[in-house]
Unconditional design. Structure first.
Length: 275
């Protein structure tokens, strides 16, 4: 299986960085090919503007959708965008990994979606008439491929429950799972099969010398918790392996059903450390 992991965190030594390393190691150990798009390390340009469409007439009013359609049709998108589109076409599975910041993905990852999801590639595909609004929601360019999320979020598990103060995690991630992944054709791996990881990370300030806040039962180890790397690598490898094993079985055609949106059950991994 060919996997593209799009990583959106500014610190490689963070908990997210450790989770990324676990995912890569587990996938490669199972014989899969992995490509990484490290957006912060690559200095990814997140805003959409005229510079993305050099063939758009400078005297003409800038229409982002129209410019995107023309550039994709004439193969005049910028090289960084074309490279990411090639990766998406190459990959059987897409993994988006990011911390949940202010109830959304980081701006740099949203900018990746805005620029790479070109008109004619991710939307504006297929028949558009008075009876049909194109190929979308499982029928687009990326149909037959699979996608999943690796997400970290601050807070306690109950904060993201059905009646939690932050709102149900399924609702928070619905715009991404449904609107960004399912829309252009991806089959989103069901949450009920433990293929989406939500890591609830407590801030360092909430940890006592004897252990974690709220009695999670883990002893604080100063050489591990401040950056979360070694702790995450040892604690999450089993959950990581479970998720990726399911993805492998889905790729081989077993236990796979297409879904319109994620289900209500979710595997959560509770860790201490910084996101």
């Amino acid at each position: 299986m060919k996997v593209l992991l799009v990583f959106a965190h500014p610190e490689p030594r963070s908990l997210n960085g450790a989770l990324r390393d676990v995912a890569i190691r587990e996938l490669e150990a199972q014989g899969h090919e992995v490509l990484i798009s490290d957006l912060y390390a690559d200095g990814w340009k997140s805003e959409v503007d005229r510079a993305d469409f050099p063939s758009w007439p400078p005297e003409q009013r800038f229409l982002p959708a129209g410019a995107s359609k023309k550039a994709f049709a004439t193969n005049t998108l910028t090289e960084d965008v074309k490279a990411e589109i090639d990766k998406l076409l190459w990959a059987d599975t897409l993994i988006l990994q990011f911390p949940l910041w202010w109830y959304a993905m980081p701006a740099i990852l949203k900018g990746w979606v805005d620029r790479v999801y070109a008109y004619g590639f991710a939307y504006g595909v297929g028949e558009h008439s008075d009876k049909r609004w194109g190929d979308r929601f499982g029928e687009g360019t990326l149909a037959g491929k699979r996608a999943m999320l690796i997400v970290t979020a601050g807070g306690w598990e109950e904060h993201y429950s059905a009646r939690g103060v932050n709102g149900p995690i399924d609702d928070l991630l619905f715009p991404i799972n449904h609107g960004i992944l399912y829309y252009p054709g991806y089959d989103v791996l069901p949450l009920s099969s433990s293929t989406e990881w939500i890591v609830l990370a407590r801030p360092i300030s909430s940890l006592s010398r004897s252990g974690c806040a709220k009695g999670c039962g883990r002893s604080r180890q100063p050489d591990r918790f401040p950056i979360g790397s070694r702790m995450a690598a040892t604690t999450t490898s089993r959950a990581c392996s479970s998720a990726l094993n399911w993805a492998t079985r889905a790729q081989q055609g077993s236990r796979f059903t297409r879904i319109a949106q994620p289900r209500n059950r979710l595997r959560r991994v509770r860790l201490c450390g910084t996101a």
